[in-house]
Design a protein around this ligand. Structure first.
Ligand code: AMP
Length: 418
């Protein structure tokens, strides 16, 4: 790294080869899985009016209070880089009219949070998320949990832990907050600074705090579900039963709370022990949120792609093995042969066969070295003699054989899908 070189912003990084091969494989596997569930992609802008996030996420969450990249544009508008995907999707659905009310959509892309960078915590990171709109039903929640397990399994993630809980119906939230305040009051001065603030604002977030002392205190108070209505507890039971019927590996965890205010009913989180302190791979839940004059119910989740990549690398996947060298390297001697090879290269590429050649007029020897280095299964050589006879030498690098062929046979060999 030269000292004067410009660097990416702290907590944001370039994703390059070979790691990018793994990213691309994850994305293409995911797109196939998602289409099996009848879910289509929705690409929303990365920048939105700040109001989109303030109104839908609620303004007591950390994501909104402390972590949003918020700025004023040249026209004086209050804008923000999206810290998560749900709010933009809901903004879209709110504007799209009646038929979007049952939308089932997914997104893949970068999210931005001005958090303190640490291992596994980035300021730009990527999420794959899904939102399935529609009124509350345990079956709809279970479908999303099943999809999430399916995605993780199809990527080859082993030993993930999926925990499920409920936030209760919206009407429970006040009772839960009250119950928690009563239970936590005797310990108020022992809680961390953030939690002392949360005590009045949003005591549920105290249950979520990672501070060891807060954890200790929380482990001694009644479970959040004990402050909820029967309806909420029955809903959770149904979710857990359905998960069992479908043999989805999920466990109930009564202390699980998700950070955002808009959740109602089912919430879940997936962790992986290979990740260290930031061990969440993904999280999701059912929500009921308001935007403009509308109220929107749905269920969804978001998976952190960087953390999926980290787990897979920890499992020993080497992304370099996913690189695909070109199928053929074309080597030429003399200007006329170079021109003919360019025509051949273009026609191979048009047929979907990856082909490369030297374009800098290097010697045959240098070209052959480059061909060897690229690791292509085939090398085609067009020297003076072949030019005269209208033929090509085809080297099969795996077999170690070399054959002289005319154009039709050459194409046949290169196009053969074996
Ligand atoms: P959240 O929207 O906070 O529920 O996050 C969903 C998932 O995104 C988490 O489980 C993580 O895998 C990932 N994630 C969240 N924040 C970050 C971050 N700052 N850096 C990397 N991944 C993150």
């Amino acid at each position: 790294m030269s000292s004067g070189a410009l660097q990416p912003i702290r907590g944001m990084s370039d994703i390059t080869a070979p790691e990018i091969f793994l990213w691309q494989q994850l994305e293409s596997t995911a797109r196939k899985v998602l289409s099996a569930y009848g879910i289509t992609e929705l690409r929303t802008p990365i920048v939105e009016q700040t109001a989109v996030f303030l109104r839908s996420l609620g303004d007591t969450t950390d994501v909104v209070q402390k972590e949003m990249y918020r700025f004023e544009d040249r026209g004086g508008r209050d804008l923000a880089l999206r810290p998560e995907g749900t709010a933009g999707i809901i903004r879209h659905i709110a504007g799209a009219g009646q038929e979007a009310q049952d939308a089932r959509v997914y997104y893949i892309g970068p999210m931005f949070r001005a958090e303190r960078p640490a291992a596994g915590r980035r300021r730009q990171f990527h999420q794959l998320g899904v939102e399935a709109m529609g009124a509350a039903s345990p079956a709809a929640d279970v479908e999303m949990i099943a999809l999430q397990a399916h995605l993780l399994e199809s990527w080859g993630i082993r030993n993930f832990v999926m925990q499920v809980n409920t936030r209760g119906v919206g009407e429970d939230h006040a009772a839960v907050a009250e119950g928690l305040r009563d239970a936590l009051k005797p310990h108020l001065s022992e809680l961390c600074e953030d939690c002392q603030r949360r005590f009045e604002e949003n005591p549920l977030r105290i249950v979520d705090c990672k501070n060891p002392q807060c954890r200790e205190i929380v482990s001694g108070i009644p479970a959040v579900t004990s402050f909820m209505s029967q309806e909420s507890r029955d809903y959770l039971d149904e979710v857990l039963q359905l998960l069992q019927h479908l043999e989805i590996p999920a466990v109930a965890n009564p202390t699980l709370v998700r950070g955002l205010d808009y959740y109602a009913h089912t919430v879940w989180e997936v962790t992986h022990s290979g990740l260290g302190a930031q061990d969440a791979l993904s999280g999701g839940g059912r929500y009921a949120l308001k935007l403009g004059r509308g109220a929107y119910e749905g269920v969804g989740f978001a998976i952190g792609i960087e953390r999926i990549v980290a787990v897979l690398m920890g499992q020993g996947i080497d992304p370099a093995t996913l690189a695909q060298p070109p199928r053929v390297w074309l080597v030429a001697q003399g200007e006329a042969a170079v021109l003919e090879n360019m025509i051949l290269m273009q026609s191979l590429r048009l047929r979907g066969i990856s082909a490369m050649m030297d374009l800098r007029g290097r010697s045959m020897k240098a070209q052959l070295r480059a061909a060897n280095k690229a690791g292509c299964p085939f090398v085609v050589i067009r020297g003076d003699q072949e030019m005269e006879q209208g033929t090509f030498q085809l080297k099969d690098m795996q077999e170690g054989s070399q054959t002289e062929l005319a154009m039709p046979e050459l194409l046949e060999r290169l196009l053969a899908r074996t």
